[in-house]
Every structure is written in C-alpha cells, then in structure tokens.
Design a protein around this ligand. Structure first.
Ligand SMILES: [Mn+2]
Length: 354
C-alpha cells in the first residue's frame, strides 16, 4: 500500500510542507489545472509539479484526474481529436514518472452534493446529499433553480442546459459504447507507457437528472473490466461513492477486484447512508462513524495482494479550518493516520507475515 494525498497545486491552502509531515506519506495525487478540459498538458507544467513535490520528499506517481471531454462521452465526431490529446497526456505524465491515472465517465456532473457544510452534532461540517433536494432541480427547465453546490462553475447556465439536453439522446447502452471506443484507443497507450488507468465510480452511484450513469455497481464494474480485459484497464475503488448505496457490498468488491489485480487506486472514506433512500452524509473515516466497515475493506485489500495507492478521500471541516469542501488538511490527515493503523493491523493479523 502506498499512501497518497490529493493536492490542488500551488494555490491549495494545504501545502506540501503540511502533507509531508503526515506519517507514511509517499505520493502526491494532483493534476495540471492550467488548461481547459480536453487540451494537452504542457511538459513544463507537469515538470513543475514533479519538481515541487520531489523537493518536499514525496513522489508524483498518481494523477487525479485527466478529465474526459464531454464530446468523448457523447460520442461526437470531435472525439477523435480529444482522444488523441488524452493519449498524449498519458504519454507526457508517464515520461514524468506517473504510474496511475484516475478519471471518471460521468456525464456533465462530477460528484454531486446538495450541502457542502452540513453541521454534524459535534460541530464539524461535512458534505451531504439529500435526494429530495436533488429531485427539486431540473437542469432542463429555465426557471429551475440551477444551483447545486459543487457544480462545474465553468459552465454558464445556458451551456449547462445545452449539454444536458445533448444527453437526452444518449442511452446507457450508447454511453457503454462510447466508453468502449475510448478505452480501445487509450488503454494500449497506457500499456505501452506502463501506466495503470483507474476509472472512478459515479458519485453518487445512480442516475441523477435523468442522465445515464454506468459505473455504479458490481455487475457494471464486471462489464467495464471486460470491455478491455487487461490489467492496465482497472478501477479506483472509491468506498464512499459505492458505499452510498446499500446494494453495494464494498468489502466483497474490494476482495474480488483486488484478487483480480484490477484495483490500482483506492479512495477511503466513510458515509452514513440515510434510511428510505433519503441520501447520505459524509462522515469521519472511523467505521463506527458511518455505514462502512473500513477495517474490513482494508483487510480485504491486504489479504488479496493489493499493492497500489490509497488516499484518504474527503474529510470534514474541523478545528475551525476553512477551505475547499472535503479537502481540508486536518480531517484528511486524521483519516491518513487511521488508514495507516488499519493497514498495520491487517499486516500483523496475517500470521504468514512473521
Ligand atoms: Mn472518490
């Protein structure tokens, strides 16, 4: 297990000085943010990230993410150029030593929450998703209140409406076809460069606003892995994204996909699933704070030979910290310490290790 931490670059309030002091920290997870989605990243920008990270005693081995342009997901003819750009980005980050690339294939909306600072009884704040608040929003209606926190601010309202409208013709089957088309071109490049591609599950793992979502559960992950059935075509196991639906047994999935050698990256976070489909709240990492068996997941990974990257995923805001929701320092650092402990326990519980 190689411990990692997401960093949003030199503008991030959480500094590399902060991150290197978290025990066991190995690699930074970051991306080039200075060009629009779909464009080629400059070698200078990639090299600058690598240099800063290495000056702070860590490695730059994981990219999260190289975003997939909507035209690729929509299957438009312009996808050819965007896929070529994507392949070039894989080559360039591989040249800089990157070994794993996280990405997702969610139409329009990346992770979706309805509250970014929901106050928990202990006074901390967290991200939450309440289904009734999502159901009250229709991105196709002009008079709809088109603001959910976390939406991509690079879209104007009109652009958002128009891209959502384009997806009305894209069924789940069509989205699968478009994903296959993308993988068949990108995975051979990743193989040639020694990079593992790691798709992130849809968050939450069900359809929202009538848009198709396909990376959602075990059956669909099985289908995904078979689209291009080679080790470099793998997954980011995001416990919170899968775990916000009770139909997903995350411990079982960790076992199964780790044993197959197809988990390259893990996002560890805990969620409290609310009853009757009301949604979920993100919680502290500790198992008893939410619905997930965090030790069970870490042990399943260890027992099945996982040797990839793990990062604490979102944290709450605690101790008065302010900043990017989910990505403060303190609670993610507590999460990292906890994950270190769980991993050590899994290792020492394995008598064959002695
Ligand atoms: Mn995640």
């Amino acid at each position: 297990m190689k411990l990692s931490f997401r960093w949003y670059g030199p503008e991030d309030k959480v500094t590399l000085e902060n991150i290197r002091q978290i025990p066991g920290m190995y690699t930074i997870v970051t991306a080039v943010y200075d060009v629009p989605v779909g464009q080629v990243w400059s070698r200078e920008s990639i090299a600058a990230l690598k240099q800063q990270i290495e000056e702070h005693g860590m490695y730059f081995e994981v990219v999260e993410s190289i975003p997939v342009h909507e035209d690729i997901k929509l299957g438009k003819s312009s996808r050819e150029q965007y896929i070529e750009n994507y392949c070039e980005n894989i080559r360039r980050v591989a040249e800089a030593g990157v070994k794993c690339i996280c990405y997702n294939f969610m139409p329009v909306f990346d992770w979706t929450r309805t509250e970014l600072a929901h106050e928990l009884p202990d006074g901390s704040t967290t991200l939450a998703y309440y289904q009734d608040q999502v159901d009250a929003v229709n991105p196709l209606e002009s008079d709809s209140d088109l603001t959910l926190p976390g939406w991509d601010a690079s879209y104007s309202r009109e652009e958002l409406r128009s891209v959502v409208a384009e997806y009305q013709a894209v069924t789940e089957d069509r989205l699968w076809e478009n994903l296959k088309f993308f993988l068949e071109r990108v995975i051979p490049v990743a193989q040639a460069c020694g990079v593992n591609m790691a798709i992130h599950e849809d968050d939450p793992c069900w359809s929202i606003f009538g848009l198709p979502r396909i990376i959602t559960d075990e059956a669909n992950l099985d289908r995904f892995l078979k689209l291009v059935d080679v080790p470099n075509n793998g997954i980011t196991l995001c416990t919170g994204s899968l775990g916000c639906s009770c139909r997903n047994d995350v411990v079982k999935m960790a076992k199964k996909y780790a044993a197959m050698g197809r988990i390259h990256f893990v996002h560890m976070r805990n969620v409290a699933v609310l009853p009757d489909g009301k949604g979920f709240e993100e919680r502290a990492h500790l198992s008893s704070c939410g619905s997930l068996d965090m030790y069970g997941i870490m042990k399943a990974l260890y027992d099945n030979g996982f040797d990839g990257y793990i990062r604490p995923d979102h944290g709450r805001m605690i101790w008065g910290e302010t900043g990017r929701p989910g990505y403060g320092l303190y609670d993610r650092a507590l999460g990292a310490a906890y994950l270190n402990g769980l991993w050590e326990a899994a290792v020492k519980n394995d008598q064959t290790a002695y």
